[in-house]
Design a protein around this ligand. Structure first.
Ligand code: ZN
Ligand code: ZN
Length: 336
């Protein structure tokens, strides 16, 4: 596996590092060494997402207990949307952990990620890292491991998400598709075992969060967690990846599992929605793909550096907002 921090591979869709040089001769390879992650900020940001997730869930439980199940069930759609949104935000910190940007020491980074973030997401930091790195190396080609942008921004996708079909498809993709480690190393079976244990652990946690309130007769919050998890969270995840990587003019009828899509990267706004829909710097996804080793806590410095290089215009080309990208992709879907 290519290193995700020090030695820099040329990633699909990223400019060659040797060409990222400022007008006064500072090279990216030198400058990036100064961009040390702000670990405390990353954990503060993740803690905020946890507070939003469990604070609102506790509030929904309290309202249901005091006002009854009718009020609790009326609040369920809003609560499910909220739970799905913050689960999706937390998942972006788990992704940051896979890039080793949550602690200075890699072992400590992995331990913290595995205990504090991945338990909600049916993976381990190592199993995800092996697969995710192929997304960086193979973005847009037929070996890309993250394939949500193969989907068209069509009402059919919303239906698949809201019925939980998308979650089943993604879990199937994660569990059944042979991972690079499984094909190339003796640790493949250990990695498969870790993955199955992670799925069981996640099933237990979410199962308890749904079953305990349900068994106590607190139905609204139990249903909200279930819908937030199986429908809203995968819907946000799939949509985000499409916004990041799907070409605006990609026709719905093209099967990108057979025809190469090509590498497209975008980055989005800094408003409050974008900062949490694209949490942990995922709203600056183009920068992340240009150098996946850089912590999102240093993206402002990275962006300022690129502004001083010949790639400033290319970086600006990829800039949009989530709303503009949704609207453009929807227009293509309806036309094709
Ligand atoms: Zn990506
Ligand atoms: Zn990544």
């Amino acid at each position: 596996m290519a290193s995700m921090s020090e030695s820099r591979t040329v990633y699909n869709g990223a400019p060659p590092a040797s060409e990222l040089i400022t007008e006064d001769g500072l090279t990216w390879l030198e400058y990036r060494k100064t961009l040390k992650p702000d670990y405390a900020r990353a954990w503060r940001d993740a803690a905020f997402c946890y507070i939003m997730l469990f604070g609102a869930f506790a509030l929904h439980i309290a309202i249901t207990v005091h006002r009854g199940n009718t009020v609790g069930l009326i609040l369920t759609p809003l609560s499910a949307l909220w739970i799905g949104f913050w689960l999706h935000a937390l998942n972006q910190f788990a992704h940051e952990g896979a890039h080793g940007n949550l602690a200075r020491d890699r072992k400590r980074n992995d331990l913290l990620s595995d205990w504090l973030l991945w338990p909600l997401f049916a993976q381990t930091v190592r199993t995800y890292r092996v697969s995710h790195m192929q997304h960086h190396v193979h973005l847009g080609d037929l070996q890309d491991t993250e394939i949500n942008y193969h989907e068209c921004m069509h009402p059919w996708l919303i239906t698949k998400c809201l019925t939980g079909v998308q979650l089943v498809v993604l879990l199937g993709h994660n569990l059944l598709k042979p991972k690079p480690a499984a094909r190339t190393s003796k640790s493949g079976s250990a990695s498969q075992r870790d993955l199955l244990l992670a799925v069981a652990r996640t099933g237990l946690i979410h199962g308890l969060l749904i079953a305990v309130p349900a068994l106590l007769g607190i139905f609204g919050p139990a249903l909200a967690w279930l819908v937030g998890l199986v429908a809203i969270y995968p819907c946000f995840g799939s949509t985000r990846q499409m916004l990041e990587h799907r070409a605006y003019d990609a026709p719905c009828k093209t099967d990108f599992s057979k025809i190469e899509h090509g590498a497209i990267n975008r980055h989005f706004g800094n408003d409050i929605f974008s900062r949490y829909f694209g949490a942990a710097g995922v709203n600056h996804h183009l920068l992340h793909h240009w150098d996946p080793g850089i912590s999102y806590t240093r993206f402002a410095d990275m962006e300022a550096f690129i502004q001083r290089t010949p790639y400033a215009a290319k970086m600006e080309e990829g800039r949009t907002t989530y709303w503009r990208a949704v609207s453009t992709l929807c227009q293509t879907a309806f036309k094709s």
